[in-house]
Design a protein around this ligand. Structure first.
Ligand SMILES: Cc1cc2nc3c(=O)[nH]c(=O)nc-3n(C[C@H](O)[C@H](O)[C@H](O)COP(=O)(O)OP(=O)(O)OC[C@H]3O[C@@H](n4cnc5c(N)ncnc54)[C@H](O)[C@@H]3O)c2cc1C
Length: 523
């Protein structure tokens, strides 16, 4: 069963080793867990609902579960019970006809609808911000494979299918989509498309934009049916309107995606470089070579130290550090994780990859890469553990041209670390999702929770504001993969411009003139 106020399956824990805890305490000071509200108390706060539709449940527990996503403000709200608006009901449609019936009901009764995939949004996409009665449309029952075309290497799924189920179905038939966001267990195909998601192996398989070929998009103003062309020059591409539409223009019910034969072999490796700038030069070069690389992920010095400390194996790490020292890699070391997939020959002949790594004094180490791969969807469970210990965690991300990456990273880390007057914020970053012209930058920060949810939220607002301003000043995008939601909305106009925002708003007026769908988001 899914946690209602944290990440993931309730049966999965992520215990921290004593030494890892000491590390955190050395950075942030000791903390204690704030008093969390119980589920029973919170459900008592859910108001009566007057929704009457056969597809909608008004059960309080369901309404609590769908009230918030996975951002830090969402966690603070869920754990303190400070939730202003709950959905008036939750619908579980099973067909396109059900979706149309819900849209008609919303239209006739002045109700808002929020499309909901896995609820893994980290920027406030699925939250309600006004008193208008709202039904959350949970697409989890629209989760079937509709068609697999082995001749074209495409598959059509209902859009509510989650990553785990989608890959299991494809793997069984010898295929993969290749889309592995860290939220993979719960996030859905429709959610990925509606937020322009990027998976960990985007270097090899591309972002969701490269996978999405067409589908069925039901709007209050009618239906868009986009056929899957390999490519088309027939005017502007209407798929671009669906990608990143964040539940604002319509509900995607079916999607056709490009798929790939499962690779014969796939490996994940780890390398240490003497400095971040060595590592950065190496990955920039690697991302421009034609290789079977599917992933490059380079941590800064602080993220490297943090990763090693949180692993909790002090003795082995100390041996590793001594050995790295013999190879000229000292305290400024940084960790690169990389993945390769392809035929057996492609994977074993990695000459140009090895040469580039060697050129920048990188040293391969065993085990780290495969260990990371094994636990890559488990890391988010650490957030639960940290909260229980009294620490708040948040992440943010952007993409920026190569020439500005180092400057932005240093500035972001410095600003966030010192963003709270009287206390330290532990801040660390990695670079992932490579392009020939730039990369994404992903920063995590941890601060001590206080007993006051208002204070915890205030700290988040300060840090989020500082980080967003820094990103914009450096010329980065306000989001490389998480989307706009509510949290990035104040910054969107500086990226899109007035006319750009008008385009988004005008499309909204066309598809949804009564403002039924996910009001208050995107524009
Ligand atoms: C631990 C964790 C790790 C994450 N890692 C990544 C990562 O590696 N890469 C990444 O890109 N993101 C990541 N995210 C963010 C999040 O998982 C993505 O934004 C994801 O694409 C959201 O999918 P979802 O199905 O959960 O959508 P939801 O959160 O349910 O919804 C997100 C938005 O999409 C809309 N929507 C959902 N389904 C539909 C549909 N069928 N039709 C129309 N609109 C729809 C909703 O209305 C909403 O506006 C992570 C989040 C968490 C909590």
């Amino acid at each position: 069963m899914k946690r209602w106020n944290g990440w993931g399956n309730i049966e999965v824990e992520y215990p921290l080793h004593e030494s890892a805890l000491s590390f955190l305490e050395s950075k942030l000071g000791p903390s204690r867990k704030p008093q969390d509200i119980s589920l029973e108390e919170l459900t008592k706060k859910v108001p009566q609902s007057h929704i009457g539709h056969k597809l909608v449940t008004t059960d309080s527990f369901d309404r609590v579960r769908h009230a918030r996503g996975q951002s830090l403000p969402d966690w603070i709200a869920l754990r303190s019970g400070n939730i202003e608006y709950f959905p008036a009901g939750v619908a579980y449609p099973q067909s396109n006809q059900d979706i149309k019936s819900l849209i008609n009901y919303a239209y006739d009764n002045d109700i808002a609808l929020i499309p909901y995939g896995g609820g893994t949004s980290v920027v406030g996409h699925i939250n309600i911000y006004n008193a208008k009665p709202t039904i959350t449309v949970d697409l989890s029952k629209m989760n079937k494979l509709m068609h697999l075309n082995e001749e074209n290497h495409t598959a059509t799924f209902q859009a509510g299918i989650n990553g785990l189920d989608l890959e299991a179905i494809l793997n069984e038939k010898g295929y993969t989509l290749g889309h592995f966001p860290q939220s993979f267990e719960y996030s859905t195909l429709g959610g990925w498309i509606a937020t322009r998601s990027s998976g960990q192996q985007s270097l090899g398989y591309g972002r969701i934009e490269r996978m999405f070929l067409g589908g069925k998009f039901i709007t209050p103003h009618g239906e868009l049916n986009l056929p899957p062309f390999p490519a088309s020059a027939a005017g502007p591409d209407l798929k671009e309107i669906i990608l990143g539409s964040e539940g604002r223009y319509g509900i995607l019910t079916e999607a056709t995606v490009r798929i790939h034969k499962l690779p014969e072999r796939e490996i994940f490796k780890a390398v240490f470089f003497p400095t971040f700038s060595h590592g950065l030069k190496a990955i920039r070069e690697l991302s421009r070579q034609r290789t079977p690389l599917t992933m490059l992920r380079l941590s800064t010095e602080i993220e490297t130290i943090t990763t090693l400390a949180l692993a909790g194996r002090a003795q082995q790490i100390s041996i590793l550090e001594t050995l790295l020292g013999f190879r000229g890699i000292g305290e400024n070391k940084v960790l690169l994780l990389y993945g390769i997939a392809g035929t057996k020959e492609e994977v074993s002949s990695q000459k140009s990859i090895r040469n580039t790594i060697k050129q920048y004094n990188g040293v391969h180490v065993p085990v780290f890469g495969s260990e990371w791969h094994k636990s890559r969807f488990k890391t988010p469970y650490l957030r639960n553990t940290l909260w229980e210990l009294g620490y708040a965690v948040d992440t943010l991300e952007t993409a920026i041209p190569w020439g500005k990456a180092l400057g932005l990273i240093r500035d972001l880390q410095e600003k966030i670390s010192n963003g709270l007057d009287k206390e330290k914020v532990h801040t660390f970053t990695h670079v992932s999702h490579m392009y020939t012209d730039g990369c994404s930058v992903y920063t995590t920060y941890i601060y001590k929770l206080s007993d006051s949810p208002e204070e915890n939220l205030r700290k988040w607002q300060i840090l989020k504001g500082l980080a967003s301003e820094t990103i914009i000043q450096w010329g980065g995008t306000i989001s490389h993969q998480h989307g706009v939601g509510k949290d990035h909305l104040p910054y969107l106009s500086r990226e899109k411009g007035a006319l750009g925002l008008q385009v988004l708003g005008t499309l909204g007026m066309l598809f949804d003139p009564e403002n039924i769908l996910n009001p208050g988001k995107l524009f």
